[in-house]
Design a protein around this ligand. Structure first.
Ligand code: HEC
Ligand code: HEC
Length: 154
């Protein structure tokens, strides 16, 4: 009886551990800043940044690209890989979602702090309900904060 309950306990605990491991740490705007730096430091060793900057892709497609680049010889730490992935996913949703009503230059001309971007992006999201998830709002704000004063994507 005792043994079974210990076993049940272990099974439940390891179930939690897996669920916990899958739920990755929350991404902060600092991750986007570091992701951008890692991207610029590591992704133009063999080609310009124009290819990845132009490419609009889903998370799954970016994962495949990063794996392909790693196999070609791109070197990123585990943490950097996550940060670069988040950066590229955010960049893609920005390119898709923020060009629906006006050009991307409208935000590329602006340089705001993260909280100010959150307010702007929330305001934009409200203009087209269901257009952006909370995660996308955060990610796009992080991406725009990381972009800083740069007025061009590529
Ligand atoms: C060691 C050399 C090397 C490094 C470093 C490298 N790449 Fe590449 N990349 C290539 C080569 C070669 C191609 C063209 C052949 C191909 O498409 O696989 C390419 C093509 C691409 C393409 C266009 C093809 C596609 O799959 O969409 C993208 C996007 C890309 N790279 C992104 C990246 C990113 C992001 C990084 C940084 C993590 C990176 N690359 C770092 C060698 C490299
Ligand atoms: C449903 C249409 C729509 C979408 C989608 C949209 N915008 Fe806008 N945006 C507008 C309109 C209309 C204005 C001008 C009026 C205003 O500022 O509210 C504007 C103005 C702006 C401005 C200038 C004003 C300011 O506060 O700095 C920025 C920057 C901006 N948008 C960024 C974005 C970003 C980033 C996204 C994607 C998250 C986005 N927009 C998506 C309609 C949209």
């Amino acid at each position: 009886m005792k043994k079974t309950s210990i076993l049940v306990c272990v099974v439940i605990l390891s179930g939690f551990a897996v669920a916990f491991a899958q739920k990755s740490e929350p991404v902060t705007f600092q991750d986007f800043i570091e992701g951008k730096a890692a991207f610029e430091d590591n992704c133009m060793e063999c080609h310009s940044l124009e290819w990845p900057l132009k490419k609009i892709a889903t998370r799954e497609e970016w994962e495949l690209t990063l794996t392909k680049m790693a196999n070609t010889g791109a070197v990123l730490s585990k943490k950097q890989r996550v940060q670069v992935l988040e950066y590229l996913v955010a960049k893609s949703s920005y390119q898709v979602k923020c060009s629906v009503c006006h050009g991307l230059e409208r935000s590329l001309e602006k340089n705001k702090e993260f909280q100010a971007w959150m307010e702007t992006v929330r305001r934009m999201a409200a203009k087209k309900p269901e257009h952006l998830t909370d995660e996308e709002i955060q990610a796009i704000s992080g991406f725009l904060r990381a972009k800083g004063a740069e007025t061009k994507l590529y």
